[in-house]
Design a protein around this ligand. Structure first.
Ligand SMILES: *Cc1c(COP(=O)(O)O)cnc(C)c1O
Length: 450
């Protein structure tokens, strides 16, 4: 599939009226998607068939697309001892985790809830690293009891808490310090995490002192060092700059008698949503490998977005067309509660039709549309000023929706969350039921006057 994919050519045309995303050119870049007889398919299943079975809004993922990316990481770093720890928060559906666990993946978690999911999906605790700035006593206790590979520690107070919990459990806690290398990931400010003024990690200058503190604690085993500088990085330079800073620290630590067994470079590799040109996994690996080989340590990676983003689409139906004097609104049955990336990060995601217009792409019906949800918020949009030919009842696919899509969804406006479906070759399975409306208030309790 991906072998035949082309690189870097723009798939859009910007006009005064709006942006045209060529659906055929776009899907040439997306491993799981393609048109056949003008109908959209994911792997060998038509979108029409999926909509008939599961209705909309519905998230659909391609099993092969997920596995291909995982394999690409694995193959690209085959020359060194490595572990790919998929970042669960990107897409935490049990089916996704189970497929990755079976392929040999480890996991990067940020909560006790994510660890429970990983274990429920058949993942091994011994391949789990625990990231996050606010680990609680209960989080730490659960993770220690399950026997995770490493706590990625983000502050000295967290370090003390982990030592305390480990002492109480009569265990030793494996730790790594998340250092903040102060490099600019050149990505959206909300997903940039490696700068001095971000809440994440331990400042580079403090790292040595905190490592010395850790070495003096009775129930702590220092095993590694980690960093994670941001998300949707399209260039390799920030990764190299961060690695250089980390290597510097590894050498200083060694000279002070602290030796580490692994280095964890976090996640953050970007994907092509529309016209972005991120470095490929192979190029990313080639740039880092010389330095990593020289280091001779086990290397962990924590990719999330790059593994699942382009394996998924969100399917939605056009419910209402509302042309106004200034703008045309297409109100669809998915909304910001289903997919918040456009509203939260100003993310541009492609919206493509389930059926190509038979009279070609520049037909007379093509107009600029804002694709919006039915939620009472002006920020409730999925895409703006897109040139499309639309009719009510049409099915649209929002591509790149496999990462930070369903996991960031909510019940705002008392909307049940979408169903999720996995496709593999010519088969499909429901992997999460559409949330019932009754379930939304099932845990709520009426006030009783006494
Ligand atoms: C979110 C996160 C990741 C995954 O980032 P992606 O951009 O999805 O690859 C990895 N590590 C940590 C610590 C994170 O917070």
């Amino acid at each position: 599939m991906s072998d035949s994919k082309v690189q870097a050519v723009s798939v859009t045309t910007a006009t005064e009226q709006g942006l045209y995303v060529d659906p055929v050119a776009l899907t040439a870049h997306l491993p799981a998607l393609g048109y056949s007889d003008e109908a959209l398919f994911i792997e060998k299943v038509s979108i029409s068939e999926l909509v008939a079975h599961y209705d909309t809004p519905c998230y659909v993922y391609s099993k092969q697309a997920i596995l291909e990316v995982y394999q690409d990481y694995s193959d690209s770093f085959a020359a060194i001892d490595h572990q790919i720890c998929y970042a669960v928060k990107a897409n935490s559906n049990l089916a996704v985790l189970g497929i990755l666990a079976q392929a040999g993946a480890g996991f990067d978690i940020v909560s006790r809830g994510e660890l429970m999911r990983v274990l429920a999906a058949g993942g091994k605790a011994s391949k789990v690293v625990f990231s996050g700035v606010g680990k609680t006593y209960d989080d730490i206790e659960y993770a220690l009891t399950q026997g995770i590979a490493c706590f990625n520690v983000e502050s000295d107070s967290e370090l003390m808490l982990i030592n305390e919990v480990a002492q109480k459990l009569d265990k030793r806690a494996p730790i790594s310090l998340r250092v903040n290398p102060d490099v600019d990931a050149k990505t959206h400010p909300y997903i940039s995490t490696g700068l001095k003024d971000n809440k994440f990690g331990i400042a580079h200058e403090q790292a040595l002192a905190v490592y010395k503190q850790a070495a003096g604690l009775s129930h702590i085993d220092i095993v590694g060092i980690d960093c994670h500088i941001g998300s949707q990085l399209t260039e390799v330079e920030p990764f190299i700059a961060a690695l250089d800073k980390v290597i510097e620290l590894i050498h200083s630590l060694k000279s002070k008698g602290i030796t580490l067994s692994h280095v964890d470079l976090g996640g953050g590799l970007g994907v092509r949503y529309i016209d972005e040109t991120p470095v490929s996994i192979g190029e990313f690996a080639n740039a880092l490998l010389p330095k990593l080989k020289e280091l001779g340590m086990t290397v962990f990676f924590e990719p999330g977005r790059s593994v699942v983003a382009n394996a998924g689409v969100l399917l939605t139906r056009v419910d209402v067309l509302k042309p106004t004097e200034h703008k045309n609104f297409a109100i669809v049955d998915a909304a910001m509660n289903d997919l918040i990336r456009p509203a939260l990060y100003q993310a541009e995601m492609a919206v493509i039709p389930n059926r190509l217009p038979s009279d070609g792409i520049n037909n007379d019906d093509t107009q600029p549309w804002d694709i919006v949800g039915a939620i009472c918020e002006t920020g409730d949009f999925l895409a703006k000023d897109r040139l499309l030919s639309l009719a009510t009842g049409d099915i649209l696919a929002i591509t790149g929706a496999g990462a930070y899509g369903f996991t960031m969804s909510s019940n705002y406006n008392s909307r049940g969350r979408a169903s999720e479906v996995m496709v593999s070759e010519d088969t499909h399975q429901l992997i999460r039921k559409r949330e019932s409306l009754e379930s939304l208030y099932a845990d709520e309790i009426l006030w009783q006057d006494k």
